[in-house]
Structure formats: structure tokens, C-alpha cells
Design a protein. Structure first.
Length: 137
């Protein structure tokens, strides 16, 4: 089940409207709609925590390992890093579509690719144009 489907299901189960949920966690109605319909994800981990608390679900239910990877990439490298991370996950997932790889092996492979992403970003930091660098780098 995708993130947006999980949010919608939990919201309905909790008896909340999209507007109620938005007010409860301090975001706009449009943000909640984007989560549920347009496959958008929170940019910060704190939002996952607020959602989990408001919906009375475990944060791990909402956030898969892949979501965490994209969120971390966004926090560290901005929207450009998040886009690259999401594209990487999509391309790698496509490699194994319809394949017979055990879930444990697929998880380990994804962890390895994510680790390689972080290493590459660190090594290539000196080649990043200043306008894309964050102040804390």
C-alpha cells in the first residue's frame, strides 16, 4: 500500500476530514490532498511523527525505508537530492519488476544502493555548484 493510501485509510478510520487532519498537524488542506491523491511525501520526518500521532498509527506504518531515504536526501540536499533519490529508487525497482528475488535479498540490495548514493554524494560534494549547496555543508 502506498503512503497516500495509508494516510487516507487511517484518516477515514479516525473519523477525520482532510481539513481536520490538516489543522491537527499544522499543514494546509492542499498538502493533505497532495499526500493522498498526488503521491507527494512529507519533506521532514517531524511531519511523519505528527501524522502518526494524529492518525493513531505507528510511524513505521506510514514511513517505509524508501520514504526515509527520500526524506533524508531532501533534508540533506534539498529538492534536487530528493528527486535524484526518488528516481534512483524507481529505476532500481524497475530492474526487478516481475523477477524472483527474495524480499530479504531485495531489501539488502536496496540498502546497498542507498549507501552507495550517500557515498557518491559525499565524494561529489566539491563539484556541486554553490547555489545548490546547503549552509551546513
Amino acid at each position: 500500500m502506498k503512503f497516500g493510501e495509508k494516510v487516507r485509510e487511517a484518516r477515514v478510520r479516525a473519523g477525520l476530514s482532510q481539513e481536520d487532519l490538516a489543522k491537527k498537524i499544522g499543514v494546509s488542506l492542499r498538502t493533505i490532498t497532495n499526500y493522498e491523491v498526488q503521491e507527494r511525501y512529507p519533506k521532514k520526518r517531524e511531519v511523519y511523527s505528527k501524522l502518526a500521532e494524529a492518525l493513531n498509527v505507528d510511524i513505521n506504518y506510514l514511513m517505509t525505508e524508501e520514504d526515509g531515504f527520500v526524506t533524508d536526501a531532501s533534508a540533506k540536499y534539498g529538492s534536487r537530492g530528493a528527486k535524484q533519490a526518488q528516481e534512483l529508487l524507481s529505476e532500481v525497482s524497475g530492474l526487478f519488476a516481475g523477477g524472483n528475488l527474495a524480499d530479504e535479498d531485495l531489501d539488502e540490495m536496496m540498502k546497498g544502493i542507498q549507501e552507495a548514493y550517500w557515498i557518491a554524494k559525499e565524494k561529489n560534494k566539491k563539484y556541486t555548484p554553490k547555489k545548490y549547496r546547503k549552509d551546513n555543508e
